[in-house]
Design a protein around this ligand. Sequence first.
Ligand code: NAP
Length: 293
Amino acid sequence: MYRLIDGKAIADQVKAEIAEEVKQMVAAGKKRPHLAVIIVGHDGGSETYVAHKVKSCEQVGFTSTRLAFEDTITEEELLAEIDKLNADPDVDGFIVQLPLPKHISEQKVIEAIDYRKDVDGFHPINVGRMSIGLPCYVSATPAGIMELLKRYEIPTAGKRCVVIGRSNIVGKPVASLMMQKACPGDATVTVCHSRTKDLKEICLQADIIIAALGRPEFLTADMVKPGAVIVDVGTTRVPDATKKSGFRLCGDVKFDEVAPLCSFITPVPGGVGPMTIVSLLKNTLLAAKGEIY
Ligand code: NAP
């Protein structure tokens, strides 16, 4: 019988731990951790994500600031706003919600953020530090996946781990973390992508599969070794007339047929997703404590 990895429950647990730490910081006369979020334009998805981030800050006792700009803001003006936050001693960490309008270079924006305040962990200094195992801000989704493996005490040392997907925000960093000399980590990692040959055979050798490709129900039972651990990162919106919203979130794993084969599996929704914001909160706490310098 497989065990469901309950991301919602773990996220609530981590939030409670953070809230307790904030309480103690405040009781000791320290200031509350402060996260600022920049949002540009009126993209519905981005507005929802930012609202969740602000609400989560409130839940754990952080101060939060939402800075909203119209999508007519120029790149230069946005970079000037980033400089202000870099210099503001009251702001411990900040993020710029992506995507940005086409006339603004996301890479320039990411690199303009002081890496010591880059709680999204996208700055090349943080990415580089992560890859050589130095203290850094790890980006939210990979950090959330590692936290789930840790909290469920899933053995990773010496295991064969297959990561499907090589994006900069999920596939590459999670592969890097899984191969670190650390716990969780110490796995033998194979990264697959759209040009990979014999993907099914590679997956069949895996003790752990992390599916992050954004193709609904891609991973089927014939690709999974009995007893494997499955982490499903995919969240694709598929039309569903039975839902009020008109869609449902679909993972990259054909859950019903894969789950009975597994030892552990994350559901979608309720698996990796809820951990993402928690990772951002954890990074902000690290920033407030001055642990990344
Ligand atoms: P992405 O940037 O689109 O990258 C997808 C990766 O999958 C690429 O490396 C691509 O290969 C590979 N790929 C695509 N089709 C493939 C196939 N048929 N076989 C093998 N590899 C294939 O996506 P992403 O940003 O990493 O996100 C992946 C999924 O995770 C999406 O569903 C996204 O919504 C979800 N996500 C969820 C969370 C969360 O909090 N739960 C957070 C982030 C992302 P190439 O490099 O060769 O193109």
